[in-house]
Design a protein around this ligand. Structure first.
Ligand SMILES: Nc1nc2c(ncn2[C@@H]2O[C@H](COP(=O)(O)OP(=O)(O)OP(=O)(O)O)[C@@H](O)[C@H]2O)c(=O)[nH]1
Ligand SMILES: [Mg+2]
Ligand SMILES: [Zn+2]
Length: 289
């Protein structure tokens, strides 16, 4: 039995790096459930093939769940780089859902605004500045011009790029990893049609140490697996207000004496963030009065 690490996920086929070899692997039966950067034990079944027998305990797992479908983004990561851009027009709440997934997984997150060479970007960066007070540094750069501001964050870490389709994740990969040659959308038609350029998840070792994971962009980000307490814990702005509401079990929706609603009315909580919180509660079936 070999130990290895999953460096690419193509549906139910996994590329595993084990003792200097690259093996194309499947799981036993129809189990699946293997994430990029999982540490696994495998049996070699051919010159370049293997079967994953076991996933070793994970430090963390970033994933989303819409209805019945579970999408694993990456395991054992040190940093989630949530990539966004003014173009294509961001979908309301998607960035926040990425941040919630990172919080729930216990993964540190930074926000990266790409495409600052575009005129629309300056206002967008300003709109995101308040996220710094929540603990999410906001980096702004252009993958086409200069990725220097991102480098210190990646050094020696395993980081994953998450974000909508078309924000420039693969373009960032190509700028940071010399031999990567990840496919990128060269024309926006593909994006208008809702097509994704990157269709699988892949880990790229960084020349200066550490690694960077590129994943397909998402249009939606369900978090159906999070319970009420987990959702609340994933919003940093709610943490400081715990226990300040009139009711112990306040869900911060329309209850009287709610400290969260009061903070929002005083401008201390972003209404757009609260709406994401409310929507997540609703999607997860926590009844709303
Ligand atoms: N103007 C500008 N365009 C950029 C920049 N970075 C990427 N793009 C363009 O944005 C488009 C999408 O880039 P990709 O790197 O394919 O986006 P992605 O996030 O990997 O998309 P998916 O793989 O579908 O998730 C391409 O046309 C890129 O050339 C940038 O800094 N400035
Ligand atoms: Mg891509
Ligand atoms: Zn409340």
């Amino acid at each position: 039995m070999l130990r290895g690490r999953v460096v690419a996920v193509h549906g139910r086929r996994y590329q595993v790096e084990a003792e200097g070899r690259l093996l194309s692997c499947v799981t036993r039966g129809k189990r699946g459930g293997v994430a990029c950067n999982d540490r696994v034990e495998l049996t070699v079944t051919g010159p370049e093939e293997g079967v994953i027998e076991r996933i070793l305990p994970r430090d963390n797992l970033l994933w989303r769940s819409d209805g019945q479908r579970e999408k694993l983004l990456a395991a054992n990561v040190d940093l989630a780089v949530v990539v966004t851009a003014a173009v294509p027009t961001p979908r309301e709440g998607l960035l926040d859902r990425c941040l919630v997934a990172a919080e729930a997984a216990g993964v540190r997150a930074v926000i990266l605004v790409n495409k600052v060479d575009l005129a629309q970007s300056a206002a967008y960066v300003e709109r995101l500045r308040p996220y710094e007070a929540l603990g999410y540094p906001v980096l702004a750069l252009s993958a086409k011009l200069d990725v220097t501001p991102l480098r210190p964050w990646l050094a020696g870490r395993v980081s994953v790029l998450v974000g909508a389709s078309g924000v420039g994740k693969s373009t960032l990969i190509n700028a940071l990893v010399p031999q990567a040659r990840a496919a990128t959308a060269e024309h926006s038609q593909a994006l208008d049609a809702g097509r994704h350029t990157t269709t699988h998840t892949r880990l790229y070792p960084l020349p200066q140490g550490g690694a960077l994971i590129d994943a397909p962009g998402m249009q939606e980000f369900g978090l159906r697996h999070l319970r009420l307490s987990e959702l609340q814990a994933a919003f940093p702005e709610l943490r400081g207000l715990a226990g300040r509401c009139r009711f112990n079990d306040c869900r911060h929706l329309r209850e009287p004496g709610c400290a969260v609603r009061a903070a929002m009315e005083e401008g201390r909580i972003l209404p757009a963030r609260w709406r994401v919180y409310r929507d997540l509660l609703r999607e997860n079936g926590h009844s709303i009065h």
